[in-house]
Design a binder for this molecule. Structure first.
Ligand code: UTP
Length: 468
């Protein structure tokens, strides 16, 4: 354990000794806790971040920005043929056990405001099944279809690691073999108040946030996850986020296009629903493939149209990626990713109690995994249908909430049933308004599998349907 005297002197020299203000009141364990947090503070890093914040982050020079090449949804027979070829390649890789699922679940989920890890949120439209359970069922079903284990790597962070692991243990690892579920924790980054000072979250803890999903690259390397993948013969890592129940995990189509494109890191994209939709755009920046966050685009770029009237930067990234194991090995251990800053409301200890501020009081620093794309030799952007792949749960109510996500799921399953010849009330695109439908991935992974199980001509009585 670090020496208090030395630590205090170092913090004093950097104008940060305020964090020891309550030292005399701390128990022995609390002192150890605080020293452990302080040991992780890197003052050179902190000075660099503060400098970026006060001088305004350099901002991205958009002058070279061009739309990225996109593998669009098939529009004709020939393209349909190529798509099927890619699916076949992906299926072969799944049969060979070459793909892993990688979930980033270390975020704080502040907008949703759910007490506990976001993955424990009960999202099933009928069953109230948790997000973790959804993902687990899909992984089990796909592994069963291709006859090979799909190991699942899950990144947590300091504040939700224990609870996440407990949830899996108490729930029998959701039907998965515990040997095939690998947890690791990402690193934390200290927040700063608007005077550039470190803050206390409690008398014995620094206010820190998980260092962004970009922290997964280093985490995969340092935790032994990559070594575990190598030992299993895994070559491709499928990144996904905890809050999108429509994600297709270990998607053969995506895998196939990634490999056929000779890519090292690839992304799924969809047509933005408005110029200002809050998702990053797939583009070419300084001659390299990249995703640029919506907040880094200026109005003119965001609204630019091509000759056909379509948004010039129409392809929004939905944070689903494939990365080669060898690519993450090459770039993951190094500090390559730029730091992004965000003004946030950060709870702090005021000497007596923890205060939850009602306005932004701090800056939080994070890296984003898509910032690794420019380091890839090649990258494929694959278009998917929004209504088939994107139902994010970000907010407590309204846009991108649990309610909107459940509706999207019901609609999607309604589409499967209608395609199988079942008379679904509500009509195309509006099934979810008439009936709440949930189909477990263990019952059917896709519309084709469902069609093989239901008889055409049936109709749906009642207001809800649960299959699986
Ligand atoms: P979001 O950017 O939506 O953040 O994360 P969040 O923490 O879940 O929610 P808010 O912004 O506080 O409301 C997208 C995905 O990235 C993961 C999240 O767990 C989620 O799956 N993530 C985010 C991490 O794993 N680590 C991080 O540091 C940040």
């Amino acid at each position: 354990m670090a020496d208090y005297g030395k630590m205090k002197a170092e913090f004093e020299a950097n104008g940060q000794d305020r964090v020891f203000a309550h030292w005399d009141r701390l128990t022995r364990e609390e002192r150890d806790e605080l020293l452990a947090d302080c040991e992780k503070v890197d003052f050179a890093w902190l000075a660099a971040r503060w400098n970026e914040f006060t001088n305004g982050a350099a901002g991205i020079d958009l002058s070279s920005l061009q739309p990225a090449p996109i593998v669009e949804l098939p529009r004709n027979q020939a393209e349909g043929g190529k798509d099927r070829q890619a699916i076949a390649v992906g299926e072969e890789l799944l049969r060979a056990g070459k793909a892993a699922a990688f979930l980033v679940a270390g975020g704080q989920g502040t907008r949703l405001g759910f007490p506990g890890p976001k993955g424990c949120y009960p999202l099933g439209p009928v069953s109230d099944k948790t997000l973790f359970a959804w993902h687990a069922e899909q992984i089990r079903a796909r592994a069963a279809r291709y006859g090979k284990v799909i190991p699942w790597y899950i990144m947590t962070s300091r504040d939700n690691d224990a609870e996440t692991r407990r949830y899996f243990t108490e729930n029998g690892h959701l039907g998965l073999d515990p040997a095939d579920v690998f947890f690791f924790m990402q690193d934390m980054a200290p927040s700063l108040d608007f005077e550039g000072r470190l803050m206390l979250a409690s008398p014995s803890r620094l206010a820190m946030n998980p260092n962004g999903h970009g922290g997964s690259l280093r985490g995969l390397c340092s935790s032994g996850a990559l070594a575990d993948m190598r030992a299993r013969g895994i070559e491709y890592i499928g990144f996904f986020q905890v809050d999108n129940p429509l994600v297709t995990i270990a998607d053969p189509r995506f895998l196939g296009w990634h490999v056929l494109g000779g890519a090292e890191m690839s992304s799924k994209v969809l047509e933005k629903n408005a110029p200002g939709e809050k998702i990053g755009v797939a583009c070419v920046l300084n001659g390299k493939n990249a995703v640029v966050e919506y907040s880094d685009l200026d109005e003119a770029t965001m609204n630019a149209r091509d000759a056909t009237g379509r948004l010039k930067f129409w392809a929004g990234s939905i944070a689903i990626h494939i990365g080669d194991v060898s690519f993450v090995e090459r770039v993951g251990g190094e500090a390559l990713l730029p730091w992004h800053q965000a003004r946030k409301k950060v709870a702090y200890f005021d000497g007596e109690k923890t205060v939850k501020p009602d306005k932004e009081n701090a800056v939080k620093f994070e890296t984003f995994v898509f910032d690794a794309i420019p380091f890839a030799e090649r990258s494929v952007n694959l278009e998917v249908r929004r209504e088939h792949e994107f139902a994010p749960v970000k907010n407590a109510v309204g846009v991108d909430s649990a309610e909107s996500s459940r509706l999207l799921l019901s609609n999607y399953f309604g589409e499967w049933l209608a395609a199988a010849g079942v008379d679904v009330p509500g009509g195309a695109g509006r099934y979810g308004e008439a009936i709440t439908i949930e189909i477990s991935p263990l019952y059917s992974l896709d519309a084709g599998e469902l069609a093989s199980k239901v008889r055409p001509g049936g109709f749906l009585p009642g207001r809800s349907l649960l299959l699986g």
